[in-house]
Structure formats: C-alpha cells, structure tokens
Design a protein around this ligand. Structure first.
Ligand code: SAM
Ligand code: SF4
Length: 329
C-alpha cells in the first residue's frame, strides 16, 4: 500500500503523459507556451506501463487517470491504455483532456479499454473560448465531447474554471447546457499553479460565488461527497435530481485530509500532491536497472513523506516550480 504518516492511502494514480499542449489557457500557460521537456527525459511508453504495472499489482492503485499537458498529443496513448486494461487487477481508467482530437480517437480509446473522460470546457461562447485558450478550437471541443458520449466513455464529465470578467457569468448557462447534453458539470476553483504566477486569491471566483450564481436559476440540494470518500467534488442535485453538479473547491474548502492520490510526471517523478515542492525520481531508478521491488520501495517511501495539506492557507506558501501543465492536473 501507498500509505502516509497521516494514515491516508493512495489508490488513485494520475499519470501525466506529456507537458505539451495545443491550447494556452490563461490560468495555466503563457501565450508563448513553455520550454517543453526534452524527449530523452520523457518516460517511454514501456516505462510508463511498467510503472503503472508496479503501482497496480504491488502498491494498491485502483484507478489510473491519464492527463498532461494534453494527453491526446501522446502518440502511444491508445497502446498504453490497451496494455493497462490488460493488467490484473484491472484498474479503472479515465482521461482528462481538452477534447481536441477526441472526435477522432474516442472510439479507439473506448475499444482499448478506457472507461471515462473528463473534458475541459469553460465557456459556450466561441469568442470567450478564444480569449480564454488563445486558440479558435471551440467547435473541436464540442465535437470531441459528443464523440466521447457516443463512444460510451460515460459519464462524460466537463471541467470548468471560471475566470473573473471572462466567463464568470456563465455558470447557469453551462449547467443548463450540460444537463441537456447529459454531461456532468464540475466547476474547479482556480488554483495557484499557472506558469505565469498570475493567480490572486482576491480575484478568484470561489465555490461560494459559483453556488450563488447557480442558485439564481436552479435549486441545489447537497448530495454530500461523491460515493468515493476522497473524491474532491462536492456534489449537488439540481432541481431535485437526477442531474448533478460538482464543485472542486481546492482553495476555499480543501479536502487534503481525504486525499487518495499519487502522481507521476511525464519525466518520471513522483509527486505526492499538486502543490508539493519536492519530487522523487523514479526514472533514474528505472534506467539504472532497478528491479520492480526496489521501485515499489522508493514509491512507498515518497508517499510516506506526504505532507498533511497543500499549505495554501499558510502565509509561507510557495507555488511549486512545476506548473500545472507539467505536473498533470
Ligand atoms: N489539457 C487537459 C485539460 O485541459 O483537460 C489536461 C491537463 S489540465 C492541466 C487538467 C485540468 O486542470 C483542466 O480541467 C484544467 O482546466 C485544469 N487547470 C489548469 N490550470 C488550472 C488552474 N490554475 N487552476 C485550476 N484548474 C486548472
Ligand atoms: Fe492545455 Fe489543459 Fe493547460 Fe489548457 S488547462 S493550457 S488545455 S494543459
């Protein structure tokens, strides 16, 4: 098991497959992009599958989520999914994506064994999409979402970040649309993980703001935490159900005490938390010929050192050097 000194057990592994992306969301990346990781530093498909195998077979991981950067940009994605689906025990597998290219790949991903997708979409207005992501790809995302639903990658979840002055008036419209399309909408509070260090607590849209805005049009009844105790989204039934909406309030209502995550970056570093400032290198061990039990030992030791919380409320909080796109959100 991957247990820490606070008794939390990690069963959910987030795997970043690349730090590259075809969008430039203002809350994530600067307009000019970033210095991407060098190819030799990236784990190969075989190395990724080997680490996931150790995690699932020896360390109690039950759920694997592929993310990035934009994971659909990883050429070997379908093959990786197929190989992870063949593991015993077979983990649940999902993908967090901006949806560009999903129209083309949804069916192949489903056939390879992917269970679900989370697609990020912040607005229903094409011009606002262009302002938020600095790319004119709104239609591609909508088509990707439809393809995911048709391929059975369900429930299709939609992740939305609200930004002041851009899309903060859109929460009720987004919820009405998501219900009509049979997508499950989840709002994510903006976190200080952008490469430009532009996050300001004063300026962010909080869970309280989001709920107040939704309540202007919908009746929301708390559903409590998701069935999985550690899931970060608090959920509400909309107008009595069955549709729901989630809010992931990492900043104003942190859920660190129930955290069940461990993270692997595209260059083979273990992170115990999105906000961790330290990492543990697995790539070095892999490439120097360490056997599986040694890699498992290093991973366990890293998790044992997991901190109690994100430290966001601590006056000495320092944003990690690695931005969200290179950690794997
Ligand atoms: N490119 C994929 C995507 O956008 O879904 C996967 C990676 S992205 C880093 C994962 C999620 O993190 C997205 O839903 C995105 O909206 C969210 N995200 C990125 N930067 C964020 C920030 N500063 N605060 C909150 N969420 C953020
Ligand atoms: Fe790319 Fe996702 Fe970051 Fe947007 S949030 S720039 S889609 S990695």
């Amino acid at each position: 098991m991957l247990i820490d000194t606070y008794g939390r057990v990690a069963t959910d592994l987030r795997v970043s497959l690349t730090d590259r992306c075809n969008l430039r969301c203002t809350y994530c990346m600067p307009e000019e992009g970033l210095q991407w990781l060098a190819k030799p530093d990236l784990l190969t498909d075989d190395e990724i599958v080997r680490l996931i195998t150790i995690a699932v077979r020896d360390l109690g991981i039950e759920e694997v989520r592929f993310t990035g950067g934009e994971p659909l940009l990883r050429p070997g994605l379908v093959g990786i999914v197929e190989r992870v689906a063949a593991l015993t025990p077979r983990p649940q597998m999902s993908l967090t994506t901006n949806g560009i290219g999903l129209q083309r790949t949804a069916r192949a991903l489903r056939d390879a064994g992917l269970d679900r997708v989370n697609v990020s979409l912040d607005t229903l207005r094409p011009d606002v999409f262009t302002a938020l992501t600095r790319r004119k790809r709104h239609d591609d995302v909508l088509r990707g979402l439809e393809a995911a639903r048709e391929a059975g990658l369900t429930p299709v979840k939609v992740n939305t970040v609200l930004m002041p002055g851009l899309n903060d008036d859109e929460a009720p419209d987004l919820l009405a649309w998501a219900i009509a399309q049979d997508y499950e909408l989840r709002f994510i509070e903006q976190m200080p993980l952008d490469a430009q260090h532009g996050w300001k607590r004063d300026g962010m849209i909080t869970a309280g703001d989001i709920l107040a805005s939704l309540r202007t049009r919908f009746e929301l009844t708390p559903e409590g935490q998701e069935v999985r105790g550690a899931a970060p989204a608090e959920r509400w039934l909309v107008d009595g159900g069955p549709h729901r909406v989630g809010v992931i309030a990492s900043v104003t209502r942190p859920f660190c005490r129930a955290c069940d995550r461990t993270r692997l970056t595209a260059d083979g570093q273990i992170r115990t938390c999105l906000f961790a400032t330290e990492e543990t290198d697995l790539r070095g061990a892999l490439r120097s010929g360490a056997p599986d039990d040694e890699i498992a030992r290093i991973w366990k030791l890293a998790m044992w050192g997991k901190k109690a919380g994100s430290g966001l409320d601590d006056p000495s909080f320092l944003q990690p050097d690695r931005p969200m796109s290179a950690i794997g959100g």
